[in-house]
Design a binder for this molecule. Structure first.
Ligand SMILES: Cc1cc2nc3c(=O)[nH]c(=O)nc-3n(C[C@H](O)[C@H](O)[C@H](O)COP(=O)(O)OP(=O)(O)OC[C@H]3O[C@@H](n4cnc5c(N)ncnc54)[C@H](O)[C@@H]3O)c2cc1C
Ligand SMILES: NC(=O)c1ccc[n+]([C@@H]2O[C@H](COP(=O)([O-])OP(=O)(O)OC[C@H]3O[C@@H](n4cnc5c(N)ncnc54)[C@H](O)[C@@H]3O)[C@@H](O)[C@H]2O)c1
Length: 477
């Protein structure tokens, strides 16, 4: 057995792990980074980048499809599935190539290949032949798609996001389970590329929004484009030959039988922690088996183990994985003198059309009666109508005591940009009046944001109806 002694061992060479490794080295400490699979990260290989490449192709097809509404007739859209997937894979491989190159630039002595498991809190077994003794450890093992038992007999007819990006051609039909972030982005893109898509949800959830008004709006908006039941009634799912047969209740309340080439399982992701041997570390775990940790230091209890990125299941997004990796790595290097890292305001964007976003505190995070809501519909918003993208709703939440922006949820045009303005204002602790005191150009979709802010300002002047915001809401748990 080969034995390695180091200051910090980082498990996982994804976005969080690479940031952690670099943070350790920047502190002048020794580190090893252990990866069990190929280099390239989930984001570049099977996540953020290939999904946006598929969406870009779908947007091109959709633009041609909707051009006649502007008086521009370009004929029937003809999607060449092989060419679409060839570009997705080619551009994806280019992004992956950059990541692999920078990972392979790490000193080979610091890079270990193999699956890491804890033997105790400071000892890792890597594969069969290597034992690593480290003063501290960063767990940055990412997450994997959850496969529900209802899919277990479907064999190769059930797919996850990873599979789509190795397709050579587009299939004819896909049933999407889970209208969450992944299901909506990929399902809508496939639909726009000519694949017959039916989307099945549970409990009325659509995308990441928690505001009931936005949830209903989103469910109705997407259901206008393709069959989507956000709370589906499914009788059975079974494989017949090379197809999947699903019996479900349709929008007209009638039972119907659908036949599909594939089922896309997009019902959520689980952190990769179950096979890490965490039972040998003495750490306290939550219900999903994730070590209890502090989100500002990333430290698990008072141990020398830190958890970053999707593995901690807190904010499973790329920019959060990088930030957490950096904080976890720096703290692992300086253990036991850990410091709180800077966490940015929550920001999440879904690249559907219309796009969706959540910023700061979501509706579900806020206490009823302790916030006011400013709202705008994009249906009659000037620039949105000009572009024929006049679908959507924005709700901003404000603190009636301080007048500050607490958060926002939206579905609508250019949400990816508006969400940044809102997140930056939130992080700066701006009030609704501060935001209204800044420039708004004409004609832009941000004028819709101004309408929502004005609505919130008017409601702040009226005062909240349920409680005394500066007392009751402050004393609330
Ligand atoms: C389809 C899809 C689209 C997405 N789109 C976006 C987007 O547009 N924007 C956004 O912000 N986020 C997006 N995300 C989320 C984003 O990809 C993740 O939040 C991010 O990649 C997580 O990085 P990570 O370092 O935690 O995990 P990863 O990059 O998955 O790295 C974890 C690594 O650990 C390795 N590993 C696991 N266990 C072990 C072990 N025991 N020993 C050794 N190695 C191990 C794995 O092989 C893996 O390489 C998307 C995700 C998906 C699936
Ligand atoms: N644009 C982005 O930033 C982006 C894109 C993709 C993924 N991600 C990240 O990946 C994470 C995981 O995404 P996800 O889409 O897998 O999870 P998710 O939690 O967003 O969505 C899962 C969906 O599956 C539904 N569901 C659960 N059980 C079901 C069942 N039995 N039948 C039908 N539907 C069911 C849920 O109600 C929910 O709508 C996201 O939270 C996000 O952090 C981000």
């Amino acid at each position: 057995m080969k034995k390695i002694e180091t200051d910090v061992a980082v498990i996982g060479a994804g976005s969080a792990g690479l940031a952690a490794y670099r943070a350790v080295r920047a502190q002048g400490k020794r580190a090893v980074i252990i990866e069990s699979w190929e280099y390239g990260t989930t984001c570049a290989r099977v996540g953020c980048m290939p999904s946006k490449l598929l969406i870009a192709a779908a947007e091109a097809a959709h633009a041609v499809d909707t051009a006649p509404a502007f008086g521009v007739d370009t004929g029937i859209v003809d999607v060449d599935g092989r060419a679409v997937m060839e570009r997705v894979r080619r551009e994806r491989d280019r992004f992956v190539g950059f990541v692999v190159e920078s990972t392979e630039a790490i000193d080979p002595a610091d890079r270990l290949h193999g699956y890491a498991r804890f033997e105790d809190a400071n000892t890792l077994r890597v594969g069969e032949g290597v034992r690593v003794r480290a003063d501290s450890v960063v767990i940055a093992t990412g997450s994997s798609p959850m496969l529900l038992p209802i899919f277990q007999d479907l064999g190769d007819r059930v797919i996850v996001n990873d599979d789509i990006f190795s397709w050579q051609d587009l299939p004819r039909s896909v049933a999407v389970f889970g209208p969450g972030v992944i299901g909506l982005e990929l399902g809508q893109a496939l639909h726009r590329l000519g694949v017959r898509v039916v989307m099945f949800g549970k409990g009325g959830l659509v995308g990441p929004v928690t505001d009931p008004k936005l949830r209903d709006y989103a469910a109705a908006a997407f259901a206008q484009e393709f069959p989507l039941d956000a709370d589906a009634d499914v009788d059975f799912i079974r494989r017949e030959g090379e197809q999947v047969v699903i019996r479900y209740r349709g929008a007209d309340d009638e039972w119907r039988i659908g036949r599909f080439d594939y089922v896309l399982a997009a019902t959520g992701r689980v952190p990769n922690v179950s096979d890490l041997g965490l039972e040998n570390t003495g750490l306290a775990l939550d219900a999903r088996g994730v070590p209890l940790f502090d989100r500002e230091t990333l430290q698990a209890g008072d141990s020398a183990i830190f958890v970053a990125g999707d593995a901690n299941n807190d904010r499973p997004l790329l920019h959060e994985a990088s930030d957490e990796g950096r904080i976890a790595g720096a703290n692992a290097a300086r253990f036991p003198f850990v410091k709180r890292g800077v966490r940015t305001s929550p920001l999440a964007v879904v690249f559907s059309d219309p796009q969706m976003a959540t910023i700061g505190s979501r509706y579900a995070d806020l206490r009823p009666g302790c916030f006011v809501i400013g709202e705008v519909s994009f249906e009659n918003q000037g620039r949105s109508r000009v572009m024929l993208q006049n679908k959507g709703l924005l709700r901003v939440y404000a603190d009636p005591c301080s007048g500050r922006l607490l958060g926002a949820e939206m579905i609508g045009p250019r949400a990816e940009h508006m969400a940044h303005l809102l997140a930056w204002a939130h992080q700066q602790g701006l009030s609704i009046d501060d935001m209204l005191g800044m420039p708004f150009y004409h004609p832009v979709v941000e004028e819709g944001l101004r309408t929502a802010l004005r609505d919130a300002a008017a409601k702040l002047r009226e005062g909240p109806s349920l409680v005394d915001p500066c007392n009751d809401c402050r004393t609330a748990a």
